[in-house]
Structures are given as structure tokens and as C-alpha cells.
Design a binder for this molecule. Structure first.
Ligand code: NAP
Length: 168
């Protein structure tokens, strides 16, 4: 089992704005669904609340420091390491080989050392935002694949789907 990120990031590192995604990109949401379906997904409490419900077809693990946090249909973990351990057990039970970290900023930063692969949607724009990630260091991350997103009329920006693997 490996831990992966599934993240959409703009050229300026922006991934979020006012608790939401900073863009409308239905084609990327389809890609997100395709990449995560069947796999355990790990998310921060704020991302969970911005989605508002568990993602269907996936074991949802919400990370929070609140001892009394509970929500229907989700697992709760109080550390990212705990979430990854639980994700590993659930992945084994489902027979899948990836546990997907799906954000937001706090959880991506905490999970980075545990992560072996990044499914990156590189959004070709520089939108305003308040949640920003550092660029993936090319000395650490090797590009394994890149293809242009087939932009539809509803997609606000062009984008590329990139796979980065941690160099061993
Ligand atoms: N572009 C993308 O791919 C993408 C993906 C996901 C989210 N987003 C965007 O990112 C933004 C949300 O990100 P965010 O950084 O504000 O919040 P977040 O990472 O979703 O959630 C932060 C919360 O998670 C809990 N948490 C975080 N790290 C923890 C740790 N190490 N141990 C235990 N609990 C931990 C804490 O919950 P408590 O406060 O409850 O203790 C913390 O307040 C939104 O704008 C969202 O739309 C973008």
C-alpha cells in the first residue's frame, strides 16, 4: 500500500479560497472521482465540511484534533499518521493498493513525508486564494506522466494531469 496525494494546484501554488475550491473544473472533478473511487480517502476536517457529506464509494477518514468530532458515514482520526494506518487497514480489506490524501492545505503538509506518489492537476492559471502549497521539488519528485486535460466549456482553466513519483 502506498500513500498518494490527489491535488489540484494552480501555477501560483493556490489550492483553496474561502473554504472552497478557487475554480470551477468539472473535468477535474471527474478525474478526481476516477482516481479515488474504491480507495480510502483522508481529508482535513475543513475539507470534509466544505464537501458537506461523505464521498460515495470510498472509505472517508476525517482528521481532526477535536475529541468529540463525529459525522455519519466517516471514520475519524486524531493524527495524520493514525489516519494513514487506518487507511492502510481499509485498503487491505478492499484489496486496493493506494490510500489517497485529498487535502486541504494542512493535511497535505502533514502527510507529505508519508507520500510516495502525487496525482497533480496543474491548473494553468494564477487565481487568488488563501490556501497555498509549496511547489513539488523536482529533486525529490520525478515526473512519471503528463497529459493535457481535455478542457470542456465548463472548465474555467486549462490544466494538465501529472503523476509525480518520489525518487527512492
Ligand atoms: N485544490 C485541491 O486539490 C484541494 C483539495 C482539498 C481542499 N482544498 C481546499 O483547501 C481548503 C481547506 O484546507 P485547510 O488547510 O484550510 O483545511 P484542511 O486541511 O481541510 O483541514 C484542517 C483541519 O484538519 C485538522 N487537521 C489538520 N492537520 C491535522 C493534524 N496534523 N492532526 C490532526 N488534525 C489535523 C484540523 O481540524 P480541527 O480544527 O477540527 O482540529 C484542522 O483545522 C479549502 O479551501 C478547500 O476547498 C483544495
Amino acid at each position: 500500500m502506498i500513500v498518494v496525494f490527489v491535488v489540484a494546484m494552480a501555477e501560483n501554488g493556490v489550492i483553496g479560497r474561502n473554504g472552497q475550491l478557487p475554480w470551477r473544473m468539472p473535468t477535474d472533478l471527474k478525474q478526481f472521482r476516477k482516481l479515488t473511487l474504491g480507495k480510502p480517502v483522508i481529508m482535513g476536517r475543513k475539507t470534509y465540511q466544505s464537501i458537506g457529506k461523505p464521498l460515495d464509494g470510498r472509505d472517508n477518514i476525517v482528521v481532526t484534533r477535536q475529541k468529540d468530532f463525529a459525522a455519519p458515514g466517516v471514520h475519524v482520526a486524531d493524527t495524520v499518521a493514525g489516519a494513514v494506518a487506518l487507511g492502510g487497514e481499509l485498503a487491505a480489506r478492499r484489496g486496493v493498493d493506494e490510500v489517497a490524501v485529498i487535502g486541504g492545505g494542512d493535511v497535505f503538509r502533514a502527510a507529505l513525508p508519508l507520500t510516495r506518489r502525487v496525482y497533480l492537476t496543474l491548473v494553468r492559471g494564477r487565481p487568488d486564494g488563501d490556501i497555498v502549497l509549496d511547489a513539488f521539488d523536482p529533486k525529490v519528485w520525478r515526473e512519471a506522466a503528463r497529459e493535457p486535460m481535455q478542457q470542456s466549456a465548463g472548465d474555467q482553466f486549462p490544466a494538465e494531469f501529472i503523476v509525480l513519483d518520489r525518487q527512492s
